[in-house]
Design a binder for this molecule. Structure first.
Ligand code: ADP
Ligand code: MG
Ligand code: MG
Length: 250
């Protein structure tokens, strides 16, 4: 689904990603862990195509198509979803209206008419019930006064509605409380299928107790220095990151 080879990327002429290789197949959940500043968020931004970042070398394809030539919108319409670390507040635009607009934009990109209102309502009901969302939440202004858990719930709701092929979930470095953690975990687990994949960027080993990854990667200084199964996350929890750093690797 996603193939990344020797990816190098810079911001303001400073090289951040220094040769990333990553292959994600349908049905898989990959976790990327690593110390603060190692380039995890940069990788998610580069995959999503955010313009501040310049890809300077390597290849990146999604379902066989070259991603590097696509703008962020095109990537989203192909099925790449990035949850934002700091979602914007949009006063006066409800959670429901925001997602309706997003859904119809996606349909338009595929040459489809707007989703009929009754179908949209049915989809919203189905997904919000699946995620055990309060109906009142759906009419609130986007992100305005949302708690950490509510922001996460909204992101997962957007993901459920848009049904992306690849979801990139980049968790903030600041505290995700246990409620927010469970919201993310339950949502992701419900949405997991043989057809879609998840790239979960986190340094919360605890999150990986709830969302069991197929592969865990460790990123240090712009490179993936180690990959393994879910047990790698526990090893990192116990031993920290120093032992995986290249100069100390066994
Ligand atoms: P992580 O998510 O692993 O904590 P980041 O990808 O956020 O790491 O950051 C990697 C490096 O890139 C850091 O040294 C950071 O200071 C730098 N960086 C990230 N974004 C920017 C930016 N917009 N401008 C300048 N430097 C940046
Ligand atoms: Mg960081
Ligand atoms: Mg980050």
């Amino acid at each position: 689904m996603l193939t990344i080879k020797n990816l190098h990327a810079s911001i303001e002429d400073k090289e951040i990603l220094k040769g990333i290789n990553l292959e994600i197949k349908p049905g898989e959940v990959h976790a990327i862990m690593g110390p603060n500043g190692s380039g995890k968020s940069t990788l998610s931004s580069v995959i999503a195509g955010r313009e501040e970042y310049e890809m300077t070398d390597g290849e990146m394809s999604f379902e066989g198509e070259d991603l590097s030539e696509m703008d962020p919108e095109e990537r989203a319409h192909k099925g790449v979803f990035l949850s934002f670390q700091y979602p914007v507040e949009i006063p006066g635009v409800s959670v429901t209206n925001f997602i309706k607009t997003a859904i119809n934009a996606q349909r338009k990109a595929h040459g489809k008419e707007d989703m009929p209102a009754n179908e949209m309502l049915k989809l919203i009901r189905e997904k919000s019930e699946m995620l055990e969302m309060d109906r009142k939440f759906l009419s609130r202004s986007l992100n305005q006064g949302f708690s950490g858990g509510e922001k996460k719930r909204n992101e997962i709701f957007q993901m459920a509605m848009l049904n992306p092929k690849l979801s990139i979930l980049d968790e903030t470095d600041s505290g995700l409380d246990i409620d927010a953690l469970k919201v993310v975990a339950n949502g992701v687990n419900k949405l997991r299928s043989e057809d879609n994949a998840v790239l979960l960027i986190t340094h919360y080993q605890r999150l990986l107790d709830y969302i069991v990854p197929d592969v865990v990667h460790v990123m240090v200084d712009g490179k993936i220095v180690k990959s393994g199964g879910k047990e790698l996350a526990y090893e990192l929890e116990e031993r920290g990151y120093d032992w995986v750093k290249p100069e100390k690797a066994v």
